[in-house]
Design a binder for this molecule. Sequence first.
Ligand SMILES: [Zn+2]
Length: 87
Amino acid sequence: MFERCPVCDLRFEREPGYFLGAMYISFVLGLSVVALIAAVLWVVTGWGFTKDTIWAVVLFLPLTPMITLFARVLWIYLDQTVDPDRG
Ligand SMILES: [Zn+2]
């Protein structure tokens, strides 16, 4: 990950622990994706709740880097809306 945006020079990590807030977003995103995968598995296979959930988590694992980056982008948008970095 770049330290600064190559286009507008925005510093991504404004302070230590800056991306802690992104964890809340990635938690909600991740839970939603797992629930969606489990629902699709349930409709397609008719498996029980436990088997559906375990397979949904397994299928979700390769998506975690994407979810993490997407959550960080959403966090930066939220933070810049509330408290813009003018420096
Ligand atoms: Zn930029």
